[in-house]
Design a protein. Sequence first.
Length: 144
Amino acid sequence: MTTIVEIQGTDPLMSAVYALRREVFVIEQGIPEELEVDENDNVAGHLAALSDGHVIGTLRIVRHERTAKIGRMAVSAHSRKKGIGKELMEFAAAAASRDGAQEIILAAQFTAREFYRRLGYIEEGAVFDDAGIPHVMMRKKLRS
Ligand SMILES: CC(C)(COP(=O)(O)OP(=O)(O)OC[C@H]1O[C@@H](n2cnc3c(N)ncnc32)[C@H](O)[C@@H]1OP(=O)(O)O)[C@@H](O)C(=O)NCCC(=O)NCCS
């Protein structure tokens, strides 16, 4: 069974969250290590999907007034295509809505845009490069 918990950047579980992000973004995708953790991690709310005490999925939510920005969405390679990413995104949308956000934005890796489309996110603007990976902005309005 998978449980999702909402934590802050100071939570002891964050070392496992950072380890998963490193495994996915730095080792698997080749994103420079120095870009992976940034100042937003201190102010973000982080979600961790736990299975048998292990962090197998994560994302972070950063608030900018009425907009919540989701980032660092990662599921460990052996746990993908089992609905964990979707569960994390739905949990994040509920948390953002509860906290008063009216919309969610995110920078989707181009190859992951279909994952977000299925969750109701709509692409906007041109494709852009971030850390050597093509991205596109996506947005979803939340029910108030
Ligand atoms: C993208 C990612 C988070 C998806 O997580 P996941 O747990 O495998 O996704 P889910 O199993 O919840 O998938 C939900 C739906 O999206 C689809 N989907 C998942 N990844 C997809 C992809 N890359 N392309 C197209 N569809 C995808 C699933 O088939 C599923 O469809 P369904 O609802 O019709 O069954 C995961 O593949 C991952 O961590 N990738 C590496 C890191 C990454 O690219 N992060 C995104 C950064 S923007």
